[in-house]
Structure formats: C-alpha cells, structure tokens
Design a protein around this ligand. Sequence first.
Ligand code: GDP
Length: 309
Amino acid sequence: MNVVLFSGGTGTPKLLQGLVQLVRQEDITIVVNTAEDMWLPHGYFSPDIDSVLYTLAGLIDEKTWYGIKEDSFLTHNQLLSLGSDEFLNIGDRDRATHILRGKLLKEGNTFEEATELIASGYGVGINVLPMSNNKVETVIVTPSGELNLHEFLVLNKAMPEVKTVYYRNIERASACKAAVKAVKKADLLIIGPSNPITSIGPIISLRNIKDVLKDRKEKTIAISPLVGSNPVSGPADKFMKALNLPSTPEGVARYYKDIISRFIIHINDKPVDIEKIGIKTYRTNIIMRSLEDKKRLADFILSTGEKNA
Ligand code: GDP
C-alpha cells in the first residue's frame, strides 16, 4: 500500500513514528511544508523538513519537536556573548544541517535535491519531499504589520491579534513533480494532525496539487490537530479564527471539505456536524504521548483506508 502524508513539523512527525513501524519504508512518501523556510546568516532554515528528517533518523528533540536531541549550543551562546541578536535557539548540529542546505542551494541544487542529499546524510531511506522547489512564505497579518511565522511565534510569543494569514508567492509556485506523482498514485493520502493553516494550507494551495487532490478525495483522510476547541499544541485556533473558521474539529473538517472523504476526531468529540457536510467521521484517541499511542493511531488510520480500498 502506497501511503503519502502531508506534514508540518510536530503533529505529523509524531504520527510518523508509529506509521514507520507498520508500513514498509519504500511505501511511504512525505510531502513537507516549506512555507516557514528562510535564509539565516549561516545557512538555509527549513524547520519542518528538518523535524521530519530528525524524527525519521531518531534524532528529534521530543521536548520541543524542533532540532536535535542533546545538541550543544556553543555557537549560539558565542553569538549571544558577542552581542548578536539571536532570536532563534539553534543548536550546533542542527546549524550544520542549515549550513549544508545553504551550500547545496548556492551550488545550484533545487530544494528537492538538497533535501535528498541531506536525508541520505542522515541515513533516512524514506522519500521526504519539500512541497515545492519555489519559495513560498506564510505571512501573518497583525494590526501592527506583517510578520513571518518565526517573528510571530518566537519574537512575539504568538500574542498579537491575527487579522489574516496568506502565503506569499503561492500563485507562482508549483508543487514538486515527484509530490504530484506520489499523490496521484497513493493508495492512502493522509493529512496529518498538523496546523491546518500554517503547515497543511501552503501544501494544498499549490496550484498543481489542488486539482489532483479533488480527484483523490476518496483516498484522503485527515486527522484533527484539535481536541475540542483546543489545539494539542501551538496557535492553530488563532489562525483558524482569523480565517473565519470555528476553532473546532468541525472547522478543520470544513477547511478540508473539498479534498477529504474521511476525518478522525478525538474520542470525546462529536461527529454529527462533520458527518452533515458529507465526511465520514471516526473517533479514537488522537493524543499521541507514547510510541504505543502513535502506533495505535497509525494502525487505526490504515484500517479506515483498507475499509475504503
Ligand atoms: P509545526 O510545524 O511545528 O507547527 O507542526 P505541525 O503543524 O506539524 O504540528 C502542530 C499541530 O500539531 C498543532 O496544531 C497541534 O495541535 C497538533 N498536534 C501536536 N501533537 C498532537 C497530538 O498528539 N495529536 C494530535 N491530534 N495533534 C497534535
């Protein structure tokens, strides 16, 4: 069974830890959000790609779902002591990934080629694809101006009011050919429990993937990143409200309604309003703490796929 996942950098990587125990590596393709990427003085930062790669390599820092576990911060601390304004906390080994990616891009490699080379350096055999070879940037519009996601989350601690969110350059960007091909032949397409607006939104808004997704609706399932009206972590609710969606599993289902036939919500949440919009809804424990939780949720997702094969 060919399984394709759309991923951000926290919720879906947790699910991946379970999925890789159940599906052969060569049958998995992960299409990852790159709308949070940016050049930093030392290299190119691609946080969701790195979280996915570090997860698959067994290196992710599971306290933050960001960076490499037990990394050192010698360079970061040295920069601070020299008076540099370092708003991102970047570990030494994590920094090496950014340096290598920047070097590969400057040498003329595409994001896709750079990702493949870095994945192979980390011994990751699963096909990890950036959503696009073009630069797209998620922009958070606040009353005092536009912020990128890191400025919003880290510098401003997700405090400002969000007027809207948009993806800069999305209309000129296209999805990687390999991602479109994988989506076309997927037996099961999983929209992981990631932030719908900042992690999944950019992927599903790419023009050459949008139409393909509508045709693949019967094969597509999403998992709610929200339990009740709260995200398991992060500010997804704030972004959803800014886009006039209720911050509930139903709001997430409405956001995906043109591209999914099935949706998984938490055991205590109500499926009625989601079923009303024509989406078959399943209930189970969607909070992933232990590896057992992750494996069980992955198995549950696969079994809904089999029922619809
Ligand atoms: P980001 O790139 O770090 O924002 O990562 P993602 O978008 O992949 O993940 C953030 C989303 O994952 C948030 O909306 C969380 O609510 C959701 N999330 C985190 N942990 C879990 C979990 O255990 N279960 C579910 N269902 N969602 C989760």
